[in-house]
Design a protein around this ligand. Structure first.
Ligand code: AHR
Length: 503
């Protein structure tokens, strides 16, 4: 495949917040993930120093917290103050110690060097609750909540810039689900109160790829919003063991990713909001999280407390299956590259994305007693966040090979090679995927001023499409070539994620 590009034809500026992450009070993301005072890797605040180091290594720009479904019945007041009284988490049906709350989250973000992004409770919560939370975080000293923050040991405001109203309140699975009209009104009234506390915050609201939902939300509250939030998970599992094969995953990297972005662009343009409101894809992962029987309505005779066998073996126990590192292969890496490439091609609209989640569950990092495992997805962020430049260029493609097949009975065709060209200080960086499970592809780069240039190639790969990393097993990683004279042709190994530097 040949691509032709010029620094004079740009698509837009890539926002670094495309390489963001999400952290939820679910399973081992917080407790045993980022926060583990008993761990030998714990720092003075009880945070896993090895996890912080890994997040700094991929230049994490922003982290969204505390949920996710968890947030829709979360009282943020339970997570601040000297005394933390445990609460029952109605979203995930476990006890929450509240040892990790707002102050701990902000402190963790400062250590990582990333922006905190708080998603508020629009399930059981009110406009009052959401705006009180902004008072607690961002007012200097006026009123009860700023004074509480000071008394809790944070004399300076936390200065949380990014806030979201609600999480998936469009869905029946969510506590406090709303219909489109209710949602527009609640977002409008919540946004008014939150902005009266701090007019400088950036506000998002839960959205979905649905015309009625967005028309109602944007007509009622569009004037107060800077973002709309989209979520995407493409490969769930009926049993926490069975997943799409590599090739099927690749067939999901075309319209299944770009469609929702294209339609969001249409909604915003139709309402004259393009350029004002951007898309925050603030939960995305190839794989949906595995947590069966959360609402075990078909088992009403089961006792609902921790001694119950059904609860223990069919509700809580299966969540450990998310921890199987063999699930996360080059399919996850190449899919993640394809998702980010789609966002980069739409960088004028998609300005934030949060990988869901960053630690444990389906995350890029897996923690265990003796250290961490870096799953294949981790290295995609390491390459993209460290090497891609700020300007995304348009490019003209010729001879693009394609892959076709059926996914859930639907015919899908996708480009086998997926390349995005960026340029900036020092030259160019091209993110190039070869989705083919077996064949090498060649990428011809026609750079209009390619006199006397050099190229260096970073390749993320493993010995097979199903290669993975685990404790004591490192199959997937990055190899880097030396700088070499630019010849225009770049080999792309099968099932690989590559970043090609040109200087
Ligand atoms: O499976 C985890 C859930 O996925 C998150 O809590 C929610 O936001 C999304 O539906």
């Amino acid at each position: 495949m040949k691509i032709t590009f010029s620094p004079r034809h740009a698509l837009g500026q890539a926002d670094r917040m495309l390489y963001g992450h999400f952290l939820e009070h679910f399973h081992r993301q917080i407790y045993g993930g980022v926060y583990d005072p008993a761990s030998r890797f714990a720092d003075e605040d009880g945070f896993r120093a090895d996890v912080i180091e890994a997040l700094r290594r991929i230049k994490t720009p922003i982290i969204r917290w505390p949920g996710g479904c968890y947030v829709s019945a979360y009282d943020w007041r339970a997570g601040v103050g000297r005394e933390r009284i445990p609460t029952y988490d109605k979203a995930w049906r476990v006890e929450e110690s509240n040892a990790f709350g707002t102050d701990e989250f902000v402190r963790l973000c400062r250590k990582i060097g990333c922006e905190p992004y708080i998603c508020t409770n629009a399930g059981t919560g009110t406009a009052q609750d959401m705006s009180d939370w902004v008072e607690y975080c961002n007012l200097r000293s006026m009123g009860r909540f700023a004074r509480e923050r000071i008394a809790n040991g944070s004399p300076e405001p936390h200065g949380v810039k990014f806030w979201s109203i609600g999480n998936e309140n469009w869905g029946g699975h969510e506590i406090g689900a709303k219909d489109a009209a209710e949602w527009g009104r609640l977002v409008r009234e919540s946004a008014k109160m939150m902005l009266r506390v701090d007019p400088t915050i950036q506000l998002s609201a839960a959205s979905i790829d649905d015309l009625d939902w967005n028309l109602s939300l944007l007509r009622a509250a569009g004037q107060y919003l800077d973002w709309i939030s989209l979520h995407g998970y493409w490969n769930g599992s009926p049993d926490g063991v069975t997943y799409n094969d590599y090739r099927t995953v690749m067939l999901r990297t075309g319209e299944e990713i770009s469609g929702a972005i294209n339609r969001a662009r249409a909604y915003l343009t139709a309402l004259g909001l393009e350029g004002k409101i951007r898309v925050a894809y603030d939960e995305w992962n190839l794989r949906g999280w595995y947590h069966p029987n959360v609402i075990d309505i078909w088992n009403r005779d089961a006792k609902r407390h921790e001694d119950d066998t059904f609860y223990r073996e069919q509700v809580i126990g299966p969540r450990d299956r998310n921890d199987s590192n063999a699930i996360y292969t080059m399919a996850d890496a190449v899919f993640s590259g394809a998702f980010l490439n789609t966002c980069l091609r739409n960088c004028d609209l998609v300005k934030m994305a949060c990988f869901s989640p960053v630690v444990n569950t389906r995350g890029a990092i897996f923690t265990h007693r003796d250290g961490i495992v870096l799953r294949p997805q981790f290295f995609v962020f390491e390459l993209y966040a460290n090497l891609l430049k700020e300007t995304v260029l348009d490019c003209w493609t010729e001879g693009a090979p394609r892959m076709s097949g059926l996914v859930d009975g639907h015919e899908r065709t996708v480009d086998t090679v997926d390349a995005v060209v960026t340029c900036g200080e020092g030259g160019y960086a091209i993110a190039a995927l070869n989705k083919d499970p077996a064949a090498e592809q060649t990428l011809a780069l026609a750079l209009l001023d390619d006199v006397g240039r050099e190229v260096r190639i970073h390749t993320l790969n493993g010995p097979s499409p199903d290669a993975y990393n685990d404790i004591g097993r490192t199959e997937v990683g990055v190899t880097v070539s030396d700088w070499q004279p630019f010849g225009g042709m770049v080999p792309l190994p099968p099932h690989s994620v590559n970043v090609i530097e040109i200087r």
